[in-house]
Design a protein around this ligand. Structure first.
Ligand SMILES: NC(=O)c1ccc[n+]([C@@H]2O[C@H](COP(=O)([O-])OP(=O)(O)OC[C@H]3O[C@@H](n4cnc5c(N)ncnc54)[C@H](OP(=O)(O)O)[C@@H]3O)[C@@H](O)[C@H]2O)c1
Length: 249
């Protein structure tokens, strides 16, 4: 399509957490919009499944475990210049606050907050994010607008991400680099596949959404495409809520 401000043609975009759920959908949908995507995650088989879905076996994939500082540095070293970065990798830990030890907070903060912050800093320091580049963090409504029982650890990590985005947006504006985050409500993915939250509980929870369902990974991906594209060229430091109306109530 001619003159499409949402196009990602000729843009090189790194997507973390692209081996599953929301990150995979972002990789697939960005690729459909013309981007050259580079994907990362821990699990090689799942990364390859993402590549299969994209349908281009030339897509570069890099294995990295964000619980390891060395992996974050090695990932940065393997990356060439980027127009976009999507920090999507993340995990949750369902634990009532009374049982949440510093080591539990650290486990989640390392992957949800410190690793994406450090990856972004290293890429910037190496001059690998081009002028007019766009950085997107996948945060959550949890920790920013609401929380849930036993979610204090996860909520803390996402609240921190939202704060980071605001500060980074100001610091990077002189370079013309934009920083935004997307705050989804519940999206159907594997994130709760450890079985700690029962399917019945999830079905009940779904009814609390005005649109009467959870979101789909691609519904988050479309908002990320907007933030990566030139269509959002005057948008920085914002958080885009994608939650089927949940936080209206
Ligand atoms: N699903 C929701 O309801 C929801 C709502 C709001 C926000 N989010 C956020 O959206 C993001 C993606 O979640 P999702 O629902 O798509 O979950 P998911 O299907 O479980 O995918 C999580 C992704 O993060 C990667 N990851 C986890 N730990 C990692 C580590 N130590 N090092 C490197 N990569 C790691 C996984 O890689 P491997 O496959 O290689 O392990 C996977 O690609 C997260 O930041 C999550 O907090 C999700």
């Amino acid at each position: 399509m001619e003159n499409n401000p949402f196009s990602l043609k000729n843009k090189r975009i790194l997507i973390t957490g692209a081996s599953s759920g929301i990150g995979r959908a972002i990789a697939v949908e960005c690729s459909k919009m013309g981007a050259c995507v580079i994907i990362t995650g821990r699990n090689e088989e799942r990364l390859k499944a993402t590549i299969l879905e994209i349908g281009d076996d030339k897509v570069q994939y890099i294995i990295a475990n964000f619980a390891k500082d060395d992996d974050v540095l090695a990932l940065c070293n393997k990356i060439e210049d980027l127009d976009g970065l999507v920090n999507c990798a993340g995990l949750t830990k369902v634990l009532p606050f009374n049982f949440a030890k510093p080591s539990d907070f650290k486990e989640v903060m390392d992957v949800n907050f410190f690793a994406p912050a450090e990856l972004t800093r290293l890429l910037l320091k190496a001059g690998k994010i081009r002028k007019k580049g766009s950085i997107v963090f996948i945060s959550s409504i949890s920790g920013v607008l609401c929380s849930a029982p036993a979610a204090s650890i996860y909520s803390s990590s996402k609240g921190a991400v939202n704060g980071l985005v605001k500060g980074m947006a100001l610091d990077l504006a002189p370079k013309g680099i934009r920083v935004n985050c997307v705050n989804p409500g519940m999206i159907t993915t594997d994130i709760f596949s450890d079985g700690k939250i029962m399917q019945e509980q999830l079905k009940e929870d779904m009814k609390r959404y005005p649109l009467k369902r959870y979101g789909k990974p691609e519904e988050v991906a479309y908002s990320v495409i907007y933030l990566l594209s030139d269509a959002s060229s005057w948008v920085t430091g914002s958080n885009l809520i994608i939650d089927g109306g949940y936080t209206l109530l």
